[in-house]
Design a protein around this ligand. Sequence first.
Ligand SMILES: *Cc1c(COP(=O)(O)O)cnc(C)c1O
Length: 355
Amino acid sequence: MLEITKELLTRTEKVKLPEKLGFGIHYTDHMFEVDYSEKEGWHNAAIRPVSNFSLHPASTFFHYGQALFEGLKVFKQESGNIVMFRAEKHFQRQNNSARRLCMPEMPVETCLEALSELVKVEKDWIPTKEGEALYVRPFMFGTDVALGVHSSTTYKYVILLSPVGAYYAEGFKPVKILVQDDYVRAVRKGLGECKTPGNYAASMIGGEIAHKAGYTQVLWLDAVELKYIEEVGTMNMFVAFNDEVVTPSLTGGILPGVTRMSVLQILKDWGYNVTERQVSIDELTTRYDKGEVVDMFGTGTAAIISSVGELKFKDKVMKINNGETGELAQKLFDFITGVQYGHRPDTFGWLRRVE
Ligand SMILES: *Cc1c(COP(=O)(O)O)cnc(C)c1O
């Protein structure tokens, strides 16, 4: 196990959470930081005050983008229990991203330990109102000082914590989504399965186009044929047809979401006919015209479930469920948040206590 040095601030006052939390705006006082080199492996692990990095301008990730991140949540339940939601799945995925990007892996147990230690230090920063949480942002980047293109031999790994407010502060609100077919986000056999900054860089333009057209999100199509629906930038997609609930299969261009995995488990348990398969935009529009699209929603750690109220592809505007929150989307949201906040039993074993 990694030896973690603690350089902690002496707190003279109680932690006071900001009035308006928002998402990813506020940070706790401390972060976890560890370095990697081929010779020493993971070393210099510390929990210390959040501060700026000092990096040489030739550090590899600035130029060649060798970097990855994760995003997960920690909750403080009414009982006072502090729980992480499926943290081991997030750290396994972090290692999958690392392998594809030629970056070092970190044992899942080490990550869990580091996060637990950090959360214990920052436990007063966990907001407790319904919908609020401590958002966890682990990330890693290459730090070799060299402009020659090669895989970095040194890295820094950090865990940053951010108290976040309820995603749906004004109630569960359906989003409007624009289908994008002029640009692609990620290509299969490329970095589509990795949580890496480059995929986000590729997707910004789609976001801007959508915003200008009055839409909040982008639905990306597969990068090879521009035929199959893939995902919504930060969320995986589900479509409830009249006889089947479908989510696009993981063919390599899609990020395998932990929330997606959880929703699949729940739907199977509830006895739904749920399948992972390719869904073409053509099938979606045709079946919409026949009235067979019952509900549509996105899944991701930040919003958990995001109901789709409207979808636009080329000139065709499709209102889903009259632009209202679908019944299935609401049921899933209530179930998952119920487990997270401890209002219902954790029947699937998704929570891990921080103690
Ligand atoms: C993080 C992310 C998701 C959602 O994954 P979760 O594990 O459910 O949070 C979906 N798509 C992309 C591109 C992502 O980066």
